[in-house]
Design a protein around this ligand. Structure first.
Ligand code: ADP
Length: 552
């Protein structure tokens, strides 16, 4: 017998409003801190819903946001999907031509835009017929700055005067609720749609003890952008648990994050490693009280072990999580498995530094180059496939990409992983980044981690460059720390790699650069370097004869 109602987002907010009317939602803004309660939040989402009806936005339209993390952006998180419309979160850091493509591809009806991002949106729209489908722009705030975008109104006037009650429709769980585009480091961005059922099941799994649970005693601050896969689902989970929300506003600096953690008593926060590296650096010279903070979620890229140790020293548990846009996004969380508490500290940190244990509700398999499932011995590796209730089955309007990335109901993640005896997943590389040299694999990720662990290296990345004899050879790009002699550094790094890895893993070249190019989500953009070096096939003779695979 099926359950009585479909799995939709509305009950999460209904419960928070009824049980926790006075719990706060706090937001850093250009003007200072704004705060109100779930009760007022709920009234404003109803006003937003009524305003969209009033403005003639069809009840199945796609409605986009182009915003930082703040309370009004959060109003759209429930205010749009619970009316039946689809919330499309656009990443404003993407290049203009990607934004043009995305707005056109999604056929957005209305765009909510932050005043500080207005110029960026205008730039993307410039001369583009693609924005023709957009019927209206709403600038977040209480007035409209000078703009070419038309017709335009401001958010407060848009919702003002509307009823604070709304006749919320009973929706099917298959109704699209959300949408994001993957950042497209390999070609055009791909649209990923989230149904109510996907977001509901993702929320419930996040709320399980082996997910990232949050309850009415928590103060939750998503630093991960709200345009990046629903801020990893945290606004939904925090509401489901009745937690206080804290939003860090436009471009928060480490100092802003430190103040919010201290002053609002943040207990759970989440972001990519670079954010926390920034906070760690800030803490070198500044006293920060982290006593309220229990859990720091780190994902998007691998969490360095040094970061886990740093936060352990401050009594904050760093939970390493892995996910993808196609998975709404959480796939695994690196909790320490029951029974492993007796391991020595170093081994515990090593386990926690892996991408973790598959989230309850999902299944995975790992397939090697010969099409066989790998052994769970921590050594074998292959491509990770996943499936489950919050994993997408297809991309939006992209049949050719579907054929590549989906197989018999499984999502092919493109991540190359090993699995240890305890079931911990460890990402060895991205399928497109792994270096194939003389028929053997070299992990670019491992080399990068080794280089970046050196004190004098600010950033480093490693790519495979075409080679006549070995098909590909590794080349390292290194950003030396301030005042560091590049030649001496190269010699040190060669020694370091030489000690740790087989000879044929040694990069053929160490190239000094000022900065590693980054994608719109802050990850290293190897495509840029690969394009630059694609024609510079390394020639025979550059690799010492004894450096061939299998001879070490
Ligand atoms: P994009 O950044 O390309 O828009 P996603 O945010 O969906 O797309 O990125 C998903 C990819 O990010 C994963 O397939 C994986 O390679 C990488 N990733 C995510 N979390 C982690 C992690 N904890 N450690 C290492 N890599 C990660």
């Amino acid at each position: 017998m099926p359950g009585g109602t479909d799995q939709t987002l509305r009950p999460f907010l209904w419960r928070a409003e009824k049980l926790y009317p006075d719990t706060e939602i706090v937001s850093r803004t250009h003007q200072g801190i704004e705060r109100y309660t779930y009760s007022e939040y709920s009234d404003r989402t109803a006003q937003l819903a009524n305003a969209m009806d009033e403005a003639g936005v069809p009840d199945d339209a796609r409605v986009a946001t182009f915003c930082w993390n703040h309370n009004r952006h959060f109003e759209t998180y429930f205010g749009i999907p619970t009316t039946g419309r689809q919330l499309h979160l656009i990443n404003p850091l993407l290049p203009d031509e990607h934004i043009q493509f995305i707005v056109d591809d999604a056929d957005d009806h209305l765009i909510f835009v932050d005043p500080s991002l207005l110029e960026k949106l205008e730039g993307a729209a410039d001369g583009a017929s693609e924005f023709d489908g957009v019927e209206q722009f709403v600038v977040i705030g209480d007035s409209v700055p000078e703009t070419d975008l038309e017709p335009v109104t401001d958010y407060e006037s848009f919702i003002e005067g509307n009823d604070t009650d709304y006749d919320w429709p009973t929706l099917s769980e298959d109704r699209p609720a959300g949408m994001c585009y993957t950042s497209g480091t390999t070609g055009k961005p791909k649209g990923v749609e989230y149904t109510h059922q996907m977001l509901w099941s993702h929320t419930m799994a996040s709320q399980s003890p082996q997910g990232i649970p949050m309850d009415d005693t928590d103060v939750v601050m998503p630093v991960v952008p709200m345009f990046h896969v629903n801020a990893w689902g945290m606004p939904f989970s925090a509401t489901a648990g009745g937690a206080k929300h804290v939003y860090p506003g436009p471009s928060p600096e480490p100092e802003d994050l430190a103040h919010l953690i201290e002053e609002e008593g943040v207990t759970i926060t989440a972001g990519v490693p670079t954010v926390w590296l920034g906070l760690m650096e800030y803490m070198e010279d500044n006293e920060v009280d982290l006593s309220a903070l229990d859990t720091l979620i780190v994902g998007g890229s691998a969490a360095p072990e040094a970061m886990i140790r740093f936060f352990d020293d401050h009594d904050v548990e760093l939970l390493h999580a892995w996910g993808m846009s196609e998975m709404s996004p959480i796939g695994s969380v690196s909790h320490l498995k029951g029974g492993l508490e007796d391991l020595d500290y170093d081994t515990q940190v090593e386990k926690r530094g892996k991408q973790g244990l598959i989230a309850p509700g999902l299944e995975f398999k790992v397939i090697d180059d010969d099409g066989n499932e790998i052994d769970w011995d921590g050594e074998d590796f292959g491509e990770l496939y996943v499936r489950g209730p919050w994993v997408t089955q297809e991309y939006f309007k992209r049949p050719e990409a579907n054929r590549e990335d989906y197989e018999d109901g499984w999502l092919k993640t493109g991540d190359i992983v090993s699995v240890d005896q305890d079931g911990y997943l460890k990402i060895v590389d991205r399928a497109k980044d792994v270096i194939k040299s003389g028929g053997e694999w070299i992990s670019s990720v491992e080399l990068e981690n080794e280089l970046m662990a050196h004190d004098d290296v600010a950033e480093a990345t490693v790519i495979g460059v075409p080679h006549e004899r070995w098909q590909e050879r590794p080349v390292a790009f290194v950003v030396p720390g301030e005042g560091i002699d590049a030649d001496q550094l190269e010699a040190d790094l060669r020694d370091l790699i030489g000690e740790e890895y087989p000879k044929w893993w040694m990069p053929d070249e160490f190239i000094t650069i000022d900065e590693v190019p980054k994608t719109a989500t802050g990850k290293f953009d190897k495509k840029v370097l690969r394009d630059e070096y694609a024609d510079q096939s390394l020639v025979e003779g550059q690799v010492p004869e004894d450096a061939s695979p299998g001879e070490d």
